[in-house]
Design a protein around this ligand. Structure first.
Ligand code: ADP
Length: 537
């Protein structure tokens, strides 16, 4: 039995110290960790004094150790009280008055315990047994222990209630409470109540083991949110444990040669362990840094996304507000131009043509922005109806005729005998065709723009071929992406690089495909699309 008790005590002592050190070195400056270390060291030394208390036989020493053991028990409760004041936060300052009150009380109690016989009157030695003769103030010790225990529970309970569900600190308090409850219930039973009521002191030997619950669970609670470092913590723990085993071995050396060997072994182990722990701590710092950077990046991303949404919203609102009035003005100008209000004469007609041209272009740009914001917001609804591509292209040719004639570019259009009907959202398809023809005009300096429509049994294909600047082969595959502007285009005009992206997205939304072909730079190009043929009404 004796061997078992010894193992229990050494094991508990070593593990308590090891856990405390691991937690402490995780973040030495944090208040909660300092109190935790003091708390678990008090426990460890409480165990150590208990060990010698049972093994030494000089009455004076045994009495001294008995009292010292009480003192460490008091320190356990004292540091526990300070610890729960900070925990589960890492670094809050304890209220000054509360700190003073607890400290003064603990100091008085420690003084009374160690230097008077009011609490521990005497320790009688009966072989392996020790019998405590309680002093008149022993009940003060018991009351103080119960009081501090209840105080800790209430304090943590209040903190727990104030935290909102889902807060990780609630979980930390939970961990601590479980460990704490296990330890206190078992310890009070074996250390105080069983000896007090039955006079059986054997169970006191198990006391040290119970402390591992509170220390272990609390350690997990403190370092829980750094689970990343678990491997690292384990290696620190291992190193500490090996050192402790060596220390014990040194203590047990029987010859001086053995002692010398073990001391050398200990020194090497300490040296290697320190190196290991150092590198491990650097690793922790690095990982923490990476975690912090990742978090920064996440926050920045969220902000960017918010800004992007705001921008899309803004463009959407602005475009809506612009589209209606400009559309209205265009309608009136068209009526004027068509002579609905009487003949105006060539000069005014020319002015009107110019204005209509500008308005068409502006409306088209607005439509482009609106389409992009709709696509980005995932809110693109298609209202499909049969649309005759020939009719639509003729209208667009008419709108762009002025620009073409100013650049002296010939617009050619060949429509098949049959109707070229597709089922599509009329406005969106118009945007597509307009984009293609307008681009052809934009990127052609002279020559012809020829639009052909081929109606197959299942599919309708539209091709807009120009004699313009053409496209380098390596740029062809990129053109339909958002904000892409190819080399040739950049020199010729200002643009957003959105037009072809919209063409592709809209055509694909209709189940079709957009394409581009070019024999090379300076050799013109063909842009177009294919989609399912619709039925003629
Ligand atoms: P933007 O015209 O505003 O630059 P687009 O998405 O409509 O944006 O076109 C993307 C790029 O594709 C243009 O910058 C241009 O380089 C190229 N491109 C488009 N159409 C033609 C064309 N008909 N001929 C040559 N290059 C073209």
């Amino acid at each position: 039995m004796e061997i078992l008790y010894q193992v229990i005590q050494f094991f508990s002592f070593a593990v308590n110290i090891a856990i405390a050190l691991v937690v402490y070195f995780g973040r030495p400056k944090a208040r909660v960790r300092r109190y935790f270390v003091l708390f678990s060291f008090s426990i460890a030394f409480w165990i150590l004094t208990l060990y010698f208390f049972y093994r030494l036989i000089d009455p004076g020493t045994v009495y001294f150790l008995g009292k010292l053991n009480f003192v460490f028990a008091e320190l356990i409760f004292y540091f526990l009280a300070l610890f729960v004041d900070v925990f589960p936060d890492e670094d809050v300052v304890i209220h000054r008055r509360r700190f003073l009150l607890i400290t003064v009380f603990a100091a008085i109690l420690v003084y009374i315990t160690q230097f008077t016989d009011l609490i521990d009157k005497d320790e009688l030695i009966k072989g392996a047994e020790r019998i405590t003769v309680f002093g008149p103030l022993y009940s003060l010790f018991v009351i103080h222990a119960v009081f501090f225990a209840v105080y800790s529970i209430l304090r943590l309970f209040r903190k727990f209630r104030r935290l909102i569900p889902g807060d990780i600190r609630r979980l930390q308090i939970g961990y601590f409470s479980i460990g704490w409850a296990l330890t206190v219930i078992l310890a009070i039973s074996t250390q105080i109540f069983i000896p007090y009521f039955t006079g059986n002191y054997d169970f006191q030997n198990f006391g040290p083991l119970w402390t591992l619950f509170v220390v272990g669970f609390t350690a997990v609670a403190i370092i829980r949110h750094r689970l990343l470092a678990l491997k690292i913590v384990a290696s620190e723990f291992l190193a500490t444990a090996i050192i402790l085993v060596y220390v014990v071995e040194v203590g047990y050396s029987s010859t001086s040669i053995e002692l010398a060997f073990r001391v050398v072994g200990l020194i090497i182990t300490v040296f290697v362990s320190i190196q290991l722990i150092r590198s491990v701590r650097m690793e922790v710092h690095r990982r923490e840094e990476i975690e912090r950077l990742a978090e920064d990046l996440r926050v920045a991303n969220v902000k960017l996304q918010e800004m992007s949404d705001m921008k899309s919203n803004f463009i959407s609102i602005a475009s809506h507000q612009l589209r209606a009035p400009i559309g209205g003005v265009r309608a009136y100008l068209s009526m004027l131009r068509e002579g609905d209000f009487g003949k105006l004469g060539k000069k005014l007609d020319d002015v009107l043509d110019l204005n209509l041209d500008t308005l068409n272009h502006t409306l088209h740009v607005i439509e482009t922005f609106l389409n992009v914001t709709r696509i980005e917001a995932g809110k693109m609804d298609l209202t499909k109806e049969p649309v005759d591509l020939c009719v639509m292209t003729r209208e667009i040719y008419k709108e762009l005729a002025l620009t073409a004639s100013r650049k002296k570019i010939r617009l050619v259009f060949s429509c098949p005998q049959k109707h070229a009907v597709v089922r599509a959202d009329k406005e969106k398809l118009r945007n597509v065709v307009f984009n293609l023809v307008e681009n052809a005009l934009k990127y052609t300096e002279q020559g012809t723009i020829k639009t052909t429509i081929n109606v197959g049994p299942k599919r309708v294909e539209m091709r807009v071929t120009d004699t313009g600047i053409g496209i380098a082969p390596e740029e062809v595959p990129k053109l339909f992406a958002k904000f892409v502007r190819a080399g040739g285009g950049l020199k010729i005009s200002h643009g957003s690089g959105l037009g072809l992206y919209i063409v592709k997205t809209l055509i694909e939304a209709h189940g079709g495909e957009a394409f581009v072909e070019s024999p090379g730079v300076g050799k013109g190009s063909t842009f177009g699309f294919r989609m399912l043929a619709g039925k003629v009404r």
